[in-house]
Design a protein around this ligand. Structure first.
Ligand code: PDD
Length: 300
């Protein structure tokens, strides 16, 4: 196996053999939800957290019984094993299935349930310690960003814009100037030694990596505040006691070294970020049954 395999409505298929109906409501209406789960050494990282969020997303779009015949806690590890996947990710999607195109729900929906594996390289230490840059944009998304919906057009457009501006990730900004989240990541600032991030509400996705960043910070005794902050606050402290980083399943944590062309902390990853990152990398290595990686944070 080359690490790629598809589970589609109860069947295991080669990825390129998968077919969905042209009137699938996920395809036509974006009437679906998804998950992206990291796989390390054949193990699904934080699977239970992802499955719990999957259930919440399904309940939020009133598709709560879509997985009755699909025990994902069993199917996903089986899929990864059958695919022979070592390092990569699983993409999972559930839609309200195919039906003649009408906006209200079909009377008897038959959801499309799919998941597939893909090998993927994770960020190298040299990339991590170089850090990434962010491109701030107006948040033009809908009012339920807490649902992991397949409606990703706003993210597609701003991530393209960010790339064209030479930045690595877009940064969604609220009309009042507060920072919400990245195009496909959560973001954190470290302001005066306190880890700050937007609170869980309908404006951001409750990231699984975000959850673990906060857990690790608590464990290390680093103060945390789930309270929105502005770029102005970041800029005021940018030269000194300020750090910034992003978090997502596919990239773990990445230090941010510039936002909108303005350097953060002189363009170098900060010590709190690297400490959290070292702890996360150690936790991930333990989950994957691998040796603890060398620390990114050198001796003080
Ligand atoms: N995106 N916020 C948004 C808008 C996201 O799309 C994502 C993840 C996150 C981070 O969530 P998590 O830590 O659970 O991956 C936050 C995935 C990776 C994607 O769409 O590819």
């Amino acid at each position: 196996m080359n690490g790629e395999l598809l589970y589609l409505n109860g069947e295991f298929l080669e990825l390129r053999e998968g077919r969905v109906h042209v009137e699938d409501r996920g395809f036509q209406l974006g009437d679906g939800i998804y998950e992206v789960i990291k796989v390390m050494n054949g193990r699904l990282v934080w699977l239970d957290d992802h499955l719990a969020r999957l259930d919440r997303s399904l309940a939020a779009i009133r598709l709560g019984d879509a997985l009755e015949d699909h025990d994902m806690g069993r199917i996903l590890p089986d899929l990864v094993a059958r695919a022979g996947l070592g390092d990569g990710s699983v993409y999972l999607q559930v839609t309200r299935g195919d039906a003649p195109r009408e906006f209200p729900f079909p009377a008897a929906p038959h959801p499309t349930v799919l998941a597939y594996t893909r090998p993927r390289d994770f960020p190298l230490p040299s990339f991590i310690t170089t850090g990434i840059t962010l491109h701030p944009v107006e948040d033009l998304r809908w009012g339920r960003c807490d649902i992991k919906s397949t409606n990703l057009l706003a993210a597609v457009l701003v991530k393209q814009e960010a790339q064209e501006a030479g930045a690595w990730e877009a940064l969604f900004m609220a009309p009042d100037g507060t920072v919400r989240e990245g195009g496909s990541s959560n973001v954190f600032a470290v302001l005066g030694g306190v880890v700050r991030t937007h609170p869980l509400d309908r404006h951001i996705l409750g990231g699984i990596t975000r959850l673990h960043v906060l857990e690790i910070a608590h464990r290390l005794g680093i103060p945390v505040e789930e309270r929105a902050f502005t770029l102005e606050e970041v800029r005021q402290t940018a030269a000194g006691d300020c750090e910034f980083f992003s978090a997502s399943s596919t990239t773990d944590m990445l230090p941010v070294v510039a936002i909108g062309g303005v350097a953060v902390r002189g363009g170098r990853p900060g010590p709190v970020t690297l400490r959290l990152l070292d702890e996360m990398r150690a936790e991930l290595a333990a989950l994957a049954g691998r040796e603890k990686p060398p620390a990114l944070l050198g001796p003080p």
